[in-house]
Design a protein around this ligand. Structure first.
Ligand code: GLU
Length: 278
């Protein structure tokens, strides 16, 4: 009896201490991040200029900078971020399972995805385009019918091709865009399709210099959002506030310049929170 009272009392003290720590930790989003004050964030690993894991294990790209800024506003230093790869087809499940707290991975806000996850943002507007060999004659979407085209499973790009852009294209779907780019270089496919932001990043890589060209078609509007678990409206609000601040304090422009400048990618202006371009 006596012992269990002591245990109960210490449990109460512990609970109080935990509450005090949570309150005192300056805006820290601790709901679910129990592992030593770390936050797990989903990004792409193979998209230069957006989300790239470097050979030395560090990360770079616009999405990485957005994620780092958002995490900072949630109370996490860069050293407290654990980046996790979230491929296009895995994103909804990664959020539903709680593998990651949020995702910044060229993740377009769509009605279909909103059935399963919620989004903060948008924070960038991109457009679907085609990447082809520098001497290719492909000049418009319908030129793809009968051609070998590559995109990624679970992406809006693959869906748009099948539904509207070129339903008769011979579409191959890989798990990441880097595999498509390798296919374009080897001649296994005639074109790669996804967001212009992503394609520009690949085309600008030293190893591909002069080999590819973007066709320059705005085949869709891709409103990039920060994906979160469905129903977490408190987190959505905090992330929207972080994105608004990122734009107003100049960090958004700086990240655009740093990450898209080398690829010569002409981005659209920063979107307003909640302003989805259909
Ligand atoms: N933004 C598009 C999407 O969310 C294509 C890029 C990607 O696969 O991440 O599906």
């Amino acid at each position: 009896m006596k012992l269990s009272k002591v245990v109960a009392a210490s449990a109460a003290v512990l609970a109080l201490t935990a509450t005090a720590t949570a309150c005192g930790s300056d805006n820290k989003d601790d709901s679910g991040s129990s592992g030593g004050g770390k936050i797990k964030v989903g990004i792409k690993y193979d998209q230069p200029g957006l989300g790239l894991k470097q050979p030395d294990g560090s990360f770079s790209g616009f999405d990485v900078d957005v994620a780092t800024y958002v995490a900072k506003e949630l109370g996490y230093k860069p050293s407290q971020i654990d980046f996790v790869e979230t491929k296009s087809a895995d994103r909804e499940n990664a959020l539903a399972r709680g593998d990651v707290k949020f995702i910044a991975a060229t993740y377009s806000i769509t009605d279909e995805r909103k059935q399963k996850v919620d989004f903060a943002g948008p924070y960038l507007l991109a457009h679907q385009d085609l990447l082809v060999k520098a001497d290719s004659k492909i000049a418009k979407g319908t030129d793809l019918n009968g051609k070998k085209l590559c995109s990624v499973t679970g992406s809006t790009s693959a869906q748009n091709v099948q539904k509207t852009i070129a339903p008769k294209a011979n579409l191959r779907q890989y798990s990441g865009y880097s595999e498509c780019i390798a296919g374009l270089q080897s001649g296994a496919v005639d074109a790669v399709t996804t967001d212009d932001s992503i394609l520009a990043g690949f085309a600008a890589q030293d190893k591909y210099k002069g080999q590819f060209k973007l066709v320059g078609l705005k085949l869709s509007n891709e409103n990039y959002g920060v994906g979160i678990k469905k129903g977490d409206s408190a987190l959505e609000k905090k992330i929207n506030a972080a994105l608004t601040k990122m734009v107003s304090d100049g960090s958004w422009d700086a990240a655009v310049k740093k990450n898209f400048g080398p690829a010569n990618y002409k981005n659209e202006q920063a979107p307003k929170i909640g302003a989805i371009v259909k």
